[in-house]
Write a protein that binds this ligand. Structure first.
Ligand SMILES: NC(=O)C1=CN([C@@H]2O[C@H](COP(=O)(O)OP(=O)(O)OC[C@H]3O[C@@H](n4cnc5c(N)ncnc54)[C@H](OP(=O)(O)O)[C@@H]3O)[C@@H](O)[C@H]2O)C=CC1
Ligand SMILES: N[C@@H](CC=O)C(=O)O
Ligand code: NA
Length: 428
């Protein structure tokens, strides 16, 4: 039987896993897809590099166009990363009638609608399960599993690198920089890890999840983003004492079709299942009006978990080829996008303030909260290590983002406050 011919763009962490699974699971893949699958060509940056998997050197090329332009290739698997040039390769592949499987969230978050429209027009599949939460089949779940429900909240740990860093900082008191280096060595981090630690990678993934979950085209610029580079060991320790873990959470919410999407370090109550997600593991919590609470858990990065999702998409493409239905999935994005204003977005907050240690300070601070109608759940005061200074920890009830911005601005000119050490969203 003629195999389905695959062209691979990239043979790094994920590409190596794809080769291993396609080679190692041939019989199972054949059983499921109904055709043999053969990797025919592989584009890499440097052909001289030593590889971690046995490869016929004749299959390698340093020019991705050799793969795209090959009329024998049926499916392009893009696991090399990059945005503009990679988009050009993918659009040309689609124009030539090739199906595409990609792990590239950067590309899908920025240009997904354009690429998917081109795919529909050319009756091609473009599948991207590996782009969000590595080995967790969350994209399929949102498109198919929840097609009958209205989703109102998606909350996720969707970046393995930062969860690995925060876990090691919390459990072992490890240094941020040492653990980041370790995550890079393990193949979890992006080529430029700034996008992991500053939250951009998670924001790209939340753009994709919110688009699919709320069925409206959410854009990357709609996501407010804060990363973990300013999270200190003392924040983690304070959180722990109060019964919280700090996690980099992506949070997408929809109320009456008005949506908000954000990524930020968040204090998560220990009793919430997402607080127990550690190391490189990811989890996506989805709340649907009918189904209620659900949560999906698994490895978010790394060679074989990510490649599992890539190859599962490849099997879907081959099954669709058998059925003659490639590129014919119903569009699941059909709603007009309506974004919440800061006055409509509300959540609990944790604040750590360094203040002057004298009578009347607490009253002045609580007065500011009262002026902005922010009510408080708890206030704790303790001596600071600095002379004549006290530390105040406040947890608010749900308060609008607009009101909290007002409070923080007022604190800038409040003489008794020496320093707003940290402000975190609180969940759970
Ligand atoms: N690592 C992970 O856990 C996950 C990664 N992803 C995504 O998967 C993609 C790949 O990630 P990963 O495998 O970690 O990346 P790597 O950096 O490990 O691998 C990239 C591969 O692409 C090749 N490559 C890069 N640029 C070019 C180019 N211009 N022409 C030809 N080949 C090129 C490199 O060649 P050479 O080997 O010669 O340098 C390398 O083989 C990215 O989009 C990433 O965001 C998604 C989920 C998880
Ligand atoms: N760098 C990413 C890789 C997977 O998408 C992460 O750490 O999650
Ligand atoms: Na996934």
């Amino acid at each position: 039987m003629k195999p389905v011919k695959v062209g691979l763009l990239g043979l790094g962490t994920v590409g190596t896993g794809v080769v291993r699974i396609v080679e190692g699971h041939q019989a199972d893949l054949f059983g499921q897809a109904g055709s043999p699958i053969s990797i025919e060509k592989i584009a890499v940056k440097n052909m001289a590099k030593l590889r971690n998997v046995a490869i016929d050197a004749g299959k390698l090329t340093e020019d991705p166009w050799d793969v795209i332009n090959d009329p024998e290739i049926d499916v392009i698997v893009e696991v090399m990363g990059g945005i503009d040039q990679t988009k050009a390769y993918i659009l040309e592949a689609i124009a030539r009638g090739k199906h595409v499987v990609t792990a590239n969230k950067d590309l899908m978050a920025l240009h997904g609608p354009e690429i998917l429209a081109a795919a529909r027009e050319n009756r091609c599949d473009v599948l991207y399960e590996a782009s969000v939460a590595g080995g967790i089949p969350i994209i399929r779940t949102l498109i198919e599993g929840f097609s009958s429900d209205r989703i109102t909240k998606i909350m996720g740990i969707v970046n393995g690198t930062t969860n690995y860093i925060l876990t090691k900082m919390s459990r072992e008191g490890a240094s941020y920089h040492d653990v980041l280096k370790e995550a890079q060595e393990l193949g979890y981090a992006e080529a430029d890890p700034t996008s992991d630690v500053e939250g951009l990678d998670a924001a790209r993934k939340m753009t994709i999840l919110a688009t699919l979950g709320f069925r409206a085209n959410v854009a990357l610029e709609d996501v407010s983003v804060k990363g973990i580079s300013s999270v200190g060991k003392d924040d983690i320790a304070f959180g722990k004492r109060l019964g919280y873990e700090i996690k980099l959470l992506g949070i997408a919410e929809s109320q009456d079709d008005f949506i908000s999407v954000s990524v930020q370090p968040t204090l998560v109550k220990n009793s919430h299942p997402i607080a127990a997600v550690n190391g490189v593991f990811n989890a996506v919590y989805v709340y649907g009006e009918a189904v209620g609470e659900t949560m999906f858990y698994g490895p978010g990065a790394g060679e074989l978990p990510t490649a599992t999702s890539v190859v599962a998409d490849l099997v879907t493409v081959v099954k669709n080829l058998k059925l003659g239905v490639n590129g014919m999935q119903a569009a699941s994005v059909f709603k007009e996008k309506k974004l919440k204003t800061d006055a409509q977005i509300s959540y609990k907050n944790f604040l750590r303030l360094h203040v002057e240690d004298r009578a009347g300070v607490l009253a002045k601070i609580t007065q500011v909260f009262a002026e902005y109608e922010v009510s408080l759940e708890s206030v704790i005061q303790q001596p600071s290590t600095e002379h004549s200074e006290a530390e105040i920890i406040v947890i608010t009830h749900n308060a609008s983002k607009a009101a909290m911005n007002g409070v923080l601005q007022a604190f800038e000119s409040l003489d008794v406050i020496r320093n707003v050490k940290s402000v975190y969203r609180v969940e759970g």
